[in-house]
Design a protein around this ligand. Structure first.
Ligand code: GLN
Length: 484
């Protein structure tokens, strides 16, 4: 049962061939058996899952239907879930139980989905490997000595290891796309404003977006159908109508589709096998009828600098609220200042402290204009690059990450090397456009490689369709990690 895709499982649930309780049990059993090795979950919620599954079976027996009725999913632990601990992978929120549920998660519940548990993440989603989690590191199901990517590494690993049929993650600079690529699954980062951020604990508010994981593009589209849309509780969510992403998947072929190939994404330092696999994927799109157009996104080289000013600046402001008074545990040292200091000093990890310091510096008097304001201006140039490119092409193809999964511990001493792991995903976040990660091959060590597809803002339907047609013609996504 665990090898079914989400779409296949739904079909079997609908015909009565399997029940949600059976399907959910199969996943919980697998979590019990394998998650001590993979460590994808921070919290498993078996009682809630079985209760939701039984309720789904009952509804189905009563003749009711719902788009995800009885489907077991995993949720990244940065999304609030009422009554279930939500830690953001941080000791500063250890034991925190939110009094409400994030809109994206609530939408899944309203569609009948079952929650298996909350997945591991780099602390406050700051990282590219889950090694910054305040609890433990998640292991890549393809090679347990390697990282799953991050920050949504727990969700990516859970889906790859067949410990969930799909998952939610969040992406601020690459955090669903990069782990999907390193774990050989599909992920979509929607346009900024496409999915409500209500109940998502903020990292960098102008960049954060909830994204979806699946083993196929079709599964990702199914989840997008449920979570996309306006929410009056998030003033940055857009009222743009939500198309039926699943129905649109087969809306025509690739004949005449113009695929842009940006020269700035095929640079020195990229692992040759990654470049070869991505170029082969682009050849496949051409074989399917697409026209390949060489393009340039000239401001790409500033993405990393811009991101590491804007994101820490926003993070330093957002994380000011964690002081041991309002949320989570308190390191009581008598006076107010000593208590703040002790709580933040002991319970934030080193990467979070680094970002708070970088951000506070970039926003401080005298440096604001030189750093933050300038970064915002360059961000506009990066966005303009994409807008110009999309006058010429329909989608843009690129690698997701310059390398396949690296070894646990390999980059922990060198933050800049770690930051470079997202060099190809940052621009789309800064521009607010959708980015899809689709498996497109393996390196000689047997580690997965991902193809990235960008589209204009609010055209996630287009990138999903291209990704789906690519998957119809290839079988990379059907391979399974060598786990128990
Ligand atoms: N790896 C990037 C960072 O550390 C992106 C993280 C994310 O998208 N949440 O900020």
């Amino acid at each position: 049962m665990i090898d079914l895709t989400l779409s296949e499982a739904l079909e079997k649930l609908n015909t009565g061939e399997i029940s949600s309780v059976e399907l959910t049990r199969a996943h919980l059993d697998r979590i019990t058996r394998l998650d001590s090795q993979v460590k994808a979950y921070l919290t498993v919620t078996p009682d809630l899952a079985l209760e939701q599954a039984a309720a789904a079976d009952k509804r189905r027996a009563a003749g009711e239907t719902a788009p995800l009725l009885g489907v077991p999913l995993a949720i990244k632990d940065v999304l609030c879930t009422e009554g279930v601990p939500t830690t953001c992978g941080s000791r500063i929120l250890e034991g925190f139980v939110p009094p409400y549920t994030a809109t994206a998660v609530q939408n899944l519940f309203d569609a009948g989905a079952v929650m298996l548990g909350k997945t591991n993440t780099d602390e406050f989603a700051m990282g590219s490997s889950t090694e910054n989690s305040g609890y433990f590191t998640t292991h890549n199901p393809w090679d347990l000595e390697r990282v799953p990517g991050g920050s949504s590494g727990g969700s990516a690993a859970a889906v790859a290891a067949r410990m969930a049929l799909g998952a939610l993650g969040t992406d601020t600079g690459g955090s669903v796309r990069q782990p999907a690529s390193l774990c050989g699954v599909v992920a979509l980062k929607p346009s900024y404003g496409r999915v409500s951020r209500y109940g998502l604990i903020a990292f960098a508010s102008s960049l954060d977006q909830v994204g979806v994981f699946g083993r196929t593009v079709e599964d990702a589209a199914r989840l997008m159908n449920i979570i996309a849309g306006h929410d009056s509780r998030d003033s940055t969510s857009m009222p743009t109508p939500v198309p039926d992403y699943v129905a649109a998947l087969n809306d025509g072929d690739l004949k005449g589709l113009r695929v842009g190939l940006p020269q700035e994404y095929f640079i020195e330092g990229i692992q040759p096998e990654v470049e070869a696999a991505v170029r082969a994927a682009v050849d496949k799109l051409a074989e399917l009828g697409a026209e390949i157009v060489e393009i340039s996104l000239p401001h790409t080289r500033y993405s990393l600098s811009v991101y590491y000013l804007v994101a820490p600046a926003e993070a330093s402001a957002n994380l000011a609220r964690f002081d041991g008074v309002r949320y989570g545990p308190r390191e009581d040292e008598g006076s107010m200042w000593a208590t703040y200091k002790a709580t933040r000093g002991r319970r934030f990890g080193p990467e979070v402290k680094r970002r708070i310091m970088l951000g506070t510096y970039a926003l401080s008097t005298g440096y604001y204009d030189a750093y933050y304001l300038k970064a915002q201006k360059v961000r506009t140039l990066i966005k303009d690059d994409f807008e110009k490119a999309f006058e010429q092409v329909d989608v843009i193809a690129a690698p997701v990450s310059p390398t396949t999964a690296f070894k646990i511990g390999e980059k922990t001493d060198d933050p800049l090397q770690m930051y470079l792991s997202d060099v190809f995903t940052l621009s789309a976040s800064l521009a607010g456009i959708p980015g899809l990660s689709v498996p497109c091959g393996f390196d000689t060590a047997g580690l997965p490689i991902g193809l990235q597809l960008f589209g204009p803002a609010f055209e996630e339907g287009r990138v999903l369709r291209v990704g789906h047609l690519y998957q119809q013609a290839t079988d990379w996504h059907t391979r399974r990690p060598p786990l128990g």
